[in-house]
Structure formats: structure tokens, C-alpha cells
Design a protein around this ligand. Structure first.
Ligand SMILES: C[S@@+](CC[C@H](N)C(=O)[O-])C[C@H]1O[C@@H](n2cnc3c(N)ncnc32)[C@H](O)[C@@H]1O
Length: 387
């Protein structure tokens, strides 16, 4: 039985250095590549990755790689693989193919042939994946590039950023892995105060509370690999029993002017098991208690948020005064504070007048977004007239 697999932790483009750092924290010396980090892993490490990584969206195991120039050859070679060691006959199978610069170009036919090969190994076809994602599903990725076929298996049934707590929605919610990345990029120290005055569905505050309480991002998800024959129940018990050192508690304040969003955020935080760590308030950001009366705020902390932007919400509205006021209020928190903005529009971010530096950029909801960090008390930037 194969014990060690070439693995690839995938993330949103631009988040690779943060994912690389997270993996290093799990003791993994990986190689940073475009779109993720490559490493070698045995099952216990795959379980830890699926449970503890906050910025990854998938962890893929490379099962096989072989030269291949025809569909018949694909089915024959795929049928020779030890599928019973990897897949469970009672779990649905989804095969997705891509091909580039290869003689085999018909992705539908590739999916069918690999499905046939798996069915041969088990003596019958595996259940078909449901579109609503309700059934646990084994996801196989078959990639052809320059006549080489690579077959990979996803270590989890659903993407890792779907943590399972965000059932209640709000406008323009942030992906959980991106909220996590914002906090890691800002080197949010558990034990440090945190304020998100545009909390929406609460993602940033909930991810921060998870870090503060030392909770694994995958805590609400089924165990990684559980839907596969590779699952090792005894290794999982050890991984599930791991605890992180928890620093002294620090306040997390989340607010939004939309009462519905705050109710959703509170419900999400309850599901995530962190509601007691977060103080929720319905208020415009100017009335958020620490921003309204900086004297009541902790002496140091991190203001982390993704303020409204023009494309999906607040369309047509002039947001420049909002960003300018946000900058002024934030500056009054004093030099112990830092700021982390997830900005869709750098020109708007410049309106804050805060000295911000770009940490990384990625895409969210089809739009480019930038992580900007600043330390208060340093010189303020000049707002751009072009904004
Ligand atoms: C981009 S969304 C934040 C999404 C959030 N990070 C999440 O994960 O759901 C911006 C939020 O700002 C809120 N908002 C807009 N103008 C505001 C204001 N003046 N004061 C407070 N909140 C405001 C909106 O209600 C919206 O929930």
C-alpha cells in the first residue's frame, strides 16, 4: 500500500507565500509554486493539512502520472491503478478533466474513460455525484498536458474554504480563506484586540476568533479523507486531539450598520463556536464604540476589514467620503494600532490618507483585490486627487 504521496495544497492566486508559511508551521518544507505549494505527505499529515490550513482551498494527492496519447491507452493504464486503496465503492465519484497541448483533447471522453476504469476495479460503477453537493463525493482531477496524464484526488469532499459556519448570508461576503489570509498577512497576534466595523456576515471576526481560541479552521467539516479508502481513523483521532496554546483573551469587536447582516454574523459565529469571543454591534462605522470614542479602545490592536466597494454593493454611490472618514477615525485609535484593508479599489483606499503598503493581491468574486497594511502613527499618505 502506497504510504507517501506527492501532494499540492492549492490556494487563491497571490496567497501562496501565506500558505507556504502555514505549511511550515505544520512542519512541512514545501515548494512554493504558482497557485499553491507542493510537498510530500503521508496520510496523518494530509489529515492535519485538511484540518488546520486556513488559506488553502484544496489539498490534492497525485495518484499517477504517465505518458498517454489515446483514449484506449488512458482507460487501460487507468484500469491498472489500485483504486480500491484510494476510493470507497459507496461514495460518489466526480471526474473532471482538462487537456492542453495533447492528442487527447476531448475532456468528456477522458472523464468517461477514467470512470470506466474505476468501475472495472470495483466491478460496478460508483454512485454519481449530486449537483447539489449533498452526497460526500470523491473528486478526481485528470489533467493532460503535452501528452502526459496526471491523475489527482482531492483530500476533502468540498473546498476547504467552505468551513461550514456561514449559512446565514449578507451582502458581498468574503471567502473564509481570504479573511484568514488577511489576518495572517497582517500577522494578527492572537491576544491582540481586533475591530471590523464593516463585518457583514462576520467572516473576518470569526476567523480571528478561531485563531484567538486556537481552533482548527476545519473543525465543523467532516474529517479530511473520511470519504476515501485512505482514511485512517486512529491517525485522525490523534489529529483531532491536537490543541494549540491559547493566549490570554483579547476583545474582538464586529459591527455593521445593517441589522440583518449583524444577525447573520452572530448566527454564523454561534455555529462556528466563537460567539462568546466577539462583541457584535449594529452601528454605522462612525458610531462603532472604539471609533466613536477612541479613549475607550484598547491601547493597541488591529483594525481589519473589507469596506464597501463599488462593483457589487453601494453601486453608483460615492464612497470617497466614507474612506476618508474611515482613515480619520482609524488614525485617532493611536500609534498602537495597525490596519489591514482588503481593498477592491486602491484609489478608494488612498482616500483614507493612511500610509498603507501592499502585501499581496488576488481575486475575489471575479474581481481583483489587494491586501493593504499600515501601522498607525507613521506619516500619513497624501490622498490621491485621482481617486
Ligand atoms: C464588503 S461588505 C463586508 C463583507 C464582510 N467582510 C463579510 O465577510 O461578509 C461591506 C459591509 O459594509 C457595510 N456598510 C456599508 N456602509 C457602512 C457604514 N457606513 N457603516 C457600517 N457598515 C457599513 C455593509 O452593510 C456591508 O455589510
Amino acid at each position: 500500500m502506497q504510504r507517501s504521496f506527492p501532494a499540492f495544497a492549492a490556494c487563491l492566486p497571490g496567497l501562496e507565500p501565506l500558505l507556504h508559511r502555514e505549511l511550515a508551521g505544520l512542519g512541512v518544507a514545501g515548494t512554493q509554486l504558482q497557485g499553491g505549494v507542493a510537498f510530500h505527505a503521508e496520510v496523518p499529515l494530509l489529515l492535519r493539512c485538511g484540518h488546520w490550513l486556513g488559506t488553502a482551498s484544496h489539498v490534492l494527492l497525485r495518484l499517477a502520472e504517465f505518458p498517454c496519447r489515446a483514449l484506449g491507452e488512458l482507460e487501460r493504464k487507468a484500469a491498472g491503478l489500485p483504486w480500491e486503496q484510494w476510493l470507497r465503492p459507496d461514495v460518489a465519484l466526480q471526474v473532471r478533466a482538462t487537456t492542453r497541448k495533447s492528442r487527447v483533447y476531448h475532456t468528456g471522453a477522458v472523464e468517461e474513460r477514467v470512470g470506466n476504469a474505476v468501475a472495472r476495479a470495483f466491478g460496478r460503477a460508483l454512485p454519481v455525484a449530486r449537483q447539489d453537493g449533498e452526497l460526500p463525493t470523491a473528486n478526481l482531477a485528470v489533467r493532460f498536458h503535452a501528452d502526459v496524464c496526471t491523475i489527482s484526488l482531492d483530500a476533502t469532499s468540498t473546498p476547504l474554504h467552505r468551513r461550514g459556519y456561514r449559512l446565514a448570508g449578507a451582502k458581498a461576503p468574503l471567502r473564509e480563506d481570504l479573511a484568514h489570509a488577511l489576518l495572517l498577512a497582517a500577522q494578527y497576534q492572537p491576544g491582540e484586540a481586533l475591530c471590523d466595523p464593516f463585518c457583514g456576515s462576520g467572516t473576518i471576526a470569526i476567523e480571528a476568533a478561531g485563531l484567538l481560541l486556537g481552533l482548527p479552521p476545519g473543525r465543523l467539516r467532516p474529517p479530511p479523507l473520511q470519504h476515501l479508502a485512505l482514511f485512517d481513523a486512529s491517525a485522525w483521532r490523534s489529529v483531532a486531539a491536537e490543541r494549540r496554546t491559547v493566549p490570554p483573551p483579547a476583545p474582538i469587536a464586529a459591527s455593521d450598520r445593517d441589522a440583518g447582516a449583524v444577525a447573520a454574523a452572530r448566527a454564523n459565529a454561534e455555529r462556528a463556536g466563537v460567539a462568546t469571543a466577539i462583541t457584535f454591534t449594529t452601528a454605522a462605522f462612525t458610531a462603532q464604540p472604539w471609533l466613536a470614542e477612541p479613549g475607550t479602545a484598547p491601547k493597541s490592536g488591529l483594525l481589519a476589514c473589507n469596506p464597501p466597494f463599488g462593483h457589487r454593493i453601494g453601486k453608483g454611490q460615492d464612497l470617497r467620503p466614507l474612506y476618508q472618514t474611515l482613515g480619520n477615525r482609524t488614525a485617532e485609535l493611536g500609534p498602537g494600532w495597525r490596519v489591514a484593508l482588503l481593498a477592491h479599489d486602491p484609489r478608494l483606499a488612498r482616500r483614507t490618507g493612511l500610509r498603507l503598503s501592499m502585501q499581496c493581491s488576488t481575486r475575489h468574486g471575479g474581481l481583483p483585490v489587494t491586501v493593504l497594511l499600515g501601522q498607525l502613527g507613521t506619516d500619513t499618505a497624501t490622498p490621491s486627487d485621482g481617486a
